[in-house]
Ligand binder design. Structure first.
Ligand SMILES: [Zn+2]
Length: 97
């Protein structure tokens, strides 16, 4: 259960999505002269992608990795903000890695 790694993958997907959306909007703007339609499409897609962040919760207390004392941030916690468990290296379960 490397929830931090999964959450970080989510962050990278979001960054890629934002970058790809910016390129898409610019290309559409160059080709058709208006960018409001692709901008709206990208906003909906990115919003739908962003809701996936609620899946990444602390395995011990259930606190969301993207929440810091009730404030949502776009990058995940390495250490749980509520119970302090090390999310990057996982709980001590007798295995290495
Ligand atoms: Zn926790």
């Amino acid at each position: 259960m490397m929830v931090f790694r999964q959450a970080r993958q989510h962050l990278y997907r979001m960054l890629f999505g934002v970058g790809a959306s910016a390129v898409f909007v610019v290309i559409f703007e160059q080709a058709f002269g208006h960018s409001s339609i692709p901008f709206a499409i990208c906003t909906v897609i990115l919003f739908a992608m962003a809701t996936g962040m609620w899946k990444y919760n602390c395995p011990r207390c259930g606190s969301n990795l993207f929440m810091r004392k009730g404030i949502p941030l776009p990058w995940p916690n390495k250490v749980c903000s509520r119970c302090g468990v090390d999310l990057k290296h996982g709980e001590q379960d007798g295995r290495t890695g």
